[in-house]
Design a protein around this ligand. Structure first.
Ligand code: CP3
Length: 351
């Protein structure tokens, strides 16, 4: 693995060693959505506070991140926030409805709506997330580095246009096809704001930033190439060199060739492809993260162990493998199984 970055001052431990391209004696592990409803501590906090209230409060957000990382003994901690906070900062209105997921109150329907987006300093407006990062670093110390994140432009634009989650993305794709100029203008604006937001997180001490392109797999390779890839390239080029970058998507098997051309350190993959097959396509000059089906955590311990070891064996102890799930932990996941998975990965010695 090669790396252009040198951020050793930001922390220690196997997680950053793996990003630096060093061989580690064991594989680092953290889990997407490691802080959330499957944990009793989190559900208790949610009795008193709304989800957005927790995100907006740097003390509470840092507590959520810290408690989860300590309970699981993982090698890194992702900051407690959401990919949709940037749409709230852009005055599109955001709330979460129980059982229904996120709602964007004033979705984008037209070129006029894109032009009317406020000119904001996103890093400044979302500086509370930077404060959460600083508090978390204070709580956890250098051994457990903090991961910042943002949504990638396609996934965030899809929420902004659909007004919430979507199965087939008819509205977002229709906008893309019928109002291509407005689509590209929207993506340009999201790139500027997302870069500002991420660079503020890096300045606040995040050692790694992850771009969540959760729904990019809805795009054909041709649509990805035309409507998403150029913007992703621009965004990645504007991210500070003081942090490593992970690009994560799901259902990306048909896109991996294009993703391998992004100037990021690590690509996150889901469970619909074997890790070694994916890594061969991505190229071993980049790292790889992910791969375990989150629903495996509903299985018996023997199965969890078997599937985890299979992934570790496919990685062959190569530098740059970060163990993770292929998508976030689900709300009903048994906590004991999550802790067990972390133990299995951490006790496996790389040859
Ligand atoms: O440990 C962590 O990963 C916590 C930080 C985190 C959250 N959201 C907290 C959260 C992260 C990294 C995210 C990213 C995020 N948010 C993504 C990308 C990752 C993915 O899962 O694909 C997406 C698509 C969102 C948007 C979003 N936020 C949705 C669709 C939902 C509702 C679905 C759900 O799980 O309820 C959320 C809410 C949300 N974000 C919760 C948490 C802990 C649950 C809120 C609650 O407590 O009710």
């Amino acid at each position: 693995m090669t790396t252009l970055r040198n951020i050793q001052t930001k922390g220690t431990g196997v997680f950053l060693q793996a990003f630096a391209g060093e061989k580690t004696e064991r594989t680092p592990v953290w889990l997407m959505r490691q802080a959330g409803r499957y944990m009793k501590e989190y559900r208790d906090l949610k009795e008193k506070w709304g989800f957005l209230e927790l995100c907006h409060n740097p003390e509470l957000a840092a507590t959520v991140t810290t408690d989860a990382a300590k309970a699981l003994k993982v090698d890194a901690a992702i900051i407690f926030a959401d990919i949709l906070l940037i749409l709230e900062a852009l005055d599109l209105g955001l709330h979460f409805e129980a059982g229904e997921g996120p709602v964007i109150e004033k979705p984008i329907n037209s070129a006029e709506d894109v032009i009317a987006l406020p000119q904001i300093d996103a890093g400044q407006k979302l500086s509370y997330v930077g404060q959460s990062i600083k508090n978390t670093i204070h709580n956890l110390g250098p051994e457990i580095p903090v991961i910042g994140f943002a949504g990638a432009p396609f996934t965030v634009a899809s929420y902004a246009i659909e007004g919430g989650g979507s199965r087939n993305f008819e509205k977002a794709k229709s906008f893309m096809y019928h109002q291509s100029d407005a689509w590209h203008m929207l993506m340009d604006k999201l790139v500027v704001h997302t870069a500002s937001y991420l660079n503020m997180q890096v300045q606040s001490g995040a050692s790694v930033v992850q771009l969540f392109d959760s729904w990019v797999g809805a795009l054909s390779p041709a649509d990805f190439k035309e409507f998403a890839f150029p913007h992703l390239k621009k965004l990645i080029a504007s991210i500070s060199k003081d942090a490593y970058i992970v690009y994560f998507g799901t259902q990306t098997n048909g896109l991996l060739n294009q993703l391998s051309q992004l100037d990021v350190d690590t690509i996150g993959v889901d469970w619909r492809i074997d890790l070694d097959t994916a890594w061969n396509i991505i190229g071993h000059d980049k790292g790889i993260q992910g791969n375990l089906d989150p629903v495996t955590l509903f299985a018996d311990k023997e199965t969890i162990k078997k599937r985890a070891i299979e992934i570790l064996e496919k990685a062959q102890g190569r530098p740059g493998h970060i163990f993770n799930l292929g998508h976030g932990i689900l709300p009903k996941t048994p906590v004991d199984n999550v802790k067990y998975l972390v133990e299995i990965v951490q006790s496996y010695k790389n040859k």
